[in-house]
Design a protein around this ligand. Sequence first.
Ligand SMILES: [Zn+2]
Length: 227
Amino acid sequence: MPRKPRTGICVYCCSFGVVTSDHVPPKCLFPPNARLNLITVDACSACHDTFKLDDEYFRVTLAVRDDLPDVLDSRFLREQTRKMLRDPKSMGFRAAIGKATFLVPSVSKTGERIGERVGLKVDAYRVERTAKRMIRGLYSKYFQTILPVTHDVIASLLDMQRDTSAFLSTETQELLVLLREQGTHQSFGNVLEITYAKADGDEHASFWWVKLHGTFNFFGFTLPREG
Ligand SMILES: [Zn+2]
């Protein structure tokens, strides 16, 4: 017997109706054995259906990173990405990725140029859109309430593995210290770390730090909308 549709409020568009479980972060970023305890939130099918391509794009940007650790969980990302790009249904997607590639010089440890390799010009806007969505989902899960329309999500893509202090503003560095000291931290195997804290003085303002596969970091806020 088909399961009775579940109703609820979509955490992304706040509409009431039939909802499905949406994984936050998207489950395609993790190997199946790591999916069991992942976070899910309620989403309407209209929102859910718009996420698929962005999720796949996000996975591509993770899979092509040369600092992705060579461990089973991360190798899975590469294999899945290869499989998806080979699929005849992905022709348009593959063409778009192909257009965004370019050659970058390869440099040895001693600084000598040793040929060229392929780089990918990442659509930061698109990656950010997925990052924002994740923060909205995580907010609703951890605080058990939907972010009100008076507030917005801001996401900032970081690569804090390399050298945090070199390019983060003093303000952001202070926030990171606060998150490390006072934030709530949750790890999901080697593939996901989430640290978050509420801000003082505004019940819906919060800070987020998400780390994927030990490599890709992003930082986010829920803040009152301007104006
Ligand atoms: Zn929705």
